[in-house]
Design a protein around this ligand. Structure first.
Ligand code: FE
Ligand code: FE
Length: 174
């Protein structure tokens, strides 16, 4: 017998992946907040840590709504994305350059989540799980907002500071 016989099975399987992915992210985000130099970026990571907690709660509600038990299944993609983020943290970098690299890593994570939530939202809709679809849409919207906010932070302050590199600080010392 195949493990995935229909869209219901696939929905549950994909939810397990997201549940595990969010759990991994919940542990990684505080480290990214700690490593961020720009106060606004630090705040953005802290805020998204709280949102991520809520995403996990919401996924538990979604499992319940489709009559399944909340369970995770190791998400290898998130594991890799977080490993890449951690590589950035181990690198000796100018603070603004590190911020830019943290944003790059975080946006990869958000795009991965956006793809995942878009998929399960659509499956839930197709299967008539309207309450689940609404909950998933809510999270999808928040991931989208986080992604846009990171773009804004990059464009308004971080990238320019990174372009300057260590120059700015040297000038202040002179
Ligand atoms: Fe999330
Ligand atoms: Fe997210």
């Amino acid at each position: 017998m195949v493990a995935l016989t229909n869209l219901d099975d696939l929905l549950e399987d994909q939810l397990k992946d997201l549940y595990n992915a969010e759990g991994q992210l919940l542990k990684a985000l505080p480290k990214m907040a700690k490593a961020a130099n720009e106060p606004e970026l630090k705040q953005a990571f802290e805020r998204h840590t709280e949102e991520t907690r809520e995403h996990i709660n919401r996924l538990e509600q979604v499992f319940e709504a489709i009559g399944a038990k909340p369970k995770g299944k190791t998400c290898l993609a998130m594991k890799g994305l977080i490993e890449e983020a951690q590589e950035v943290l181990q690198e000796d970098a100018e603070p603004a350059v590190r911020d830019a690299a943290l944003i790059a890593a975080a946006q990869r994570v958000e795009h991965y989540e956006i793809a995942g939530y878009g998929t399960v939202r659509t499956y839930a809709k197709t299967l008539g799980h309207d309450d689940a679809a609404k909950l998933l849409q809510k999270t999808l919207d928040e991931e989208g907002r986080t992604d846009k906010m990171l773009t804004q932070l990059a464009e308004t302050c971080v990238n320019q500071a990174a372009e300057m590199g260590g120059e700015e600080e040297e000038e202040e010392e002179a």
